[in-house]
Design a protein around this ligand. Sequence first.
Ligand SMILES: Cc1cc2nc3c(=O)[nH]c(=O)nc-3n(C[C@H](O)[C@H](O)[C@H](O)COP(=O)(O)OP(=O)(O)OC[C@H]3O[C@@H](n4cnc5c(N)ncnc54)[C@H](O)[C@@H]3O)c2cc1C
Length: 406
Amino acid sequence: MRRDEYDLLVQGGGMIGLATALAAADGGARVALLDREPPRPWQGGEVRQRVSALNLASERLLTGLGVWPEILAERAGRFEAIHAEDAASEARVRFEAADAGLAHLGHIVENELVCAMLAARAPQAGVSRLAPGAIAEWTPEAEGLDVRLEDGRRLRTRLLVGADGAGSAVRTRAGIHARVAPYGQEAVVANVTTGARHGHAARQRFLEGGPLAFLPLADGRCSIVWSLPADEAEVTAGLSDAAFTTLLDEAGGSLVGGIESVGPRARFPLRRLHAERYIDERVALVGDAAHVIHPLAGQGANLGFRDAATLAEGVVTALAAGRDPGGRGLLRRYERARRGDNHAMQLAMDAFHAAFTRHDPLLVRLRGAGFGTADRVPPLRRAFMRAATGLAGELPALMRTPGVAA
Ligand SMILES: Cc1cc2nc3c(=O)[nH]c(=O)nc-3n(C[C@H](O)[C@H](O)[C@H](O)COP(=O)(O)OP(=O)(O)OC[C@H]3O[C@@H](n4cnc5c(N)ncnc54)[C@H](O)[C@@H]3O)c2cc1C
């Protein structure tokens, strides 16, 4: 049987798999993409519930991939400031883009819009989108993998990328163990109309049960991400619109001039997950397949885009030099570049989570002091903003050029 041959086969057509595929194909790699679901062309309509706060580094990548102008033209909520407050100590901290010499810190974008724009560009870049399906198994062979899909199709690839999300079948099949720890919380998300204009600020209030964020949408409303103990989240999300509005107003209405109306709610269980390895023989994991973190700082997809840019750069560089894009050295460098970075972010999120869900008076005082210091010391504020923009540390080439994004 004739087999199609690729340098890269990506399983998973979410934001991160699509970005990996496109970045590698733009650099000259032969790429195939496989997802159980067919792509969903963008249809506009009501703002979706799943949004992500994308930082400047992710904007740069999406600019380089040729989709950022289309995303901005469709709709994206720019944020120029981050305001955080601790309900228990009433301490506040404000980060303004202008203080760091920036025009903005990022955008709130619908995940479905990002996927649709990347998927629309993929064929132009030469990415072969295989008919919906999944990998059944693969076998190593000389300088590649022989891959069999569930429907019996066979193909050959030099590198297989698992971008198939938190429940990654590629990760499981490669025998890569993942450490998983539930946070005991669920995130309730909804789009809400607020009494005051959002003023392009992302606002977050740390409450006893978990953080409540108001993220500015392009249509003037806010997307809320409200982390609550799992049992409370179920009850809260199931309340009538009127009862939910009242509860949300009590929890965080003061941040946004009150809550006027709320849209449908959705819930997402929150857990931490980290793959013990990101690589196996001719296999690499990216995005949620490799790591899942608490959404309190809105960094999961941003870290995934950095994985995508780093891995694609390695593949493209190897091909240009006539080297193997699935070679062990390349994969080791990818893992070294990304695993420590992602682990550090996970630890930071866990520390925040632990510090803000415990309520002994000493900790509350320490939190208040911490917020106060961050608010008063400009170099600290600038360091935080640099981290939030994703521009700290060594950047992959696709995130180094500002383009139109920053
Ligand atoms: C409430 C909440 C808020 C968040 N907010 C932010 C934020 O503000 N900023 C941010 O950066 N991140 C945020 N995140 C994290 C972000 O949503 C994820 O990190 C990101 O969506 C992961 O993308 P992915 O492409 O890796 O995985 P996914 O989006 O899970 O995509 C996986 C793809 O693989 C496909 N697939 C799965 N299994 C198979 C299989 N066996 N065969 C074939 N295909 C398969 C699926 O159909 C899917 O298309 C948030 C997360 C949550 C829960």
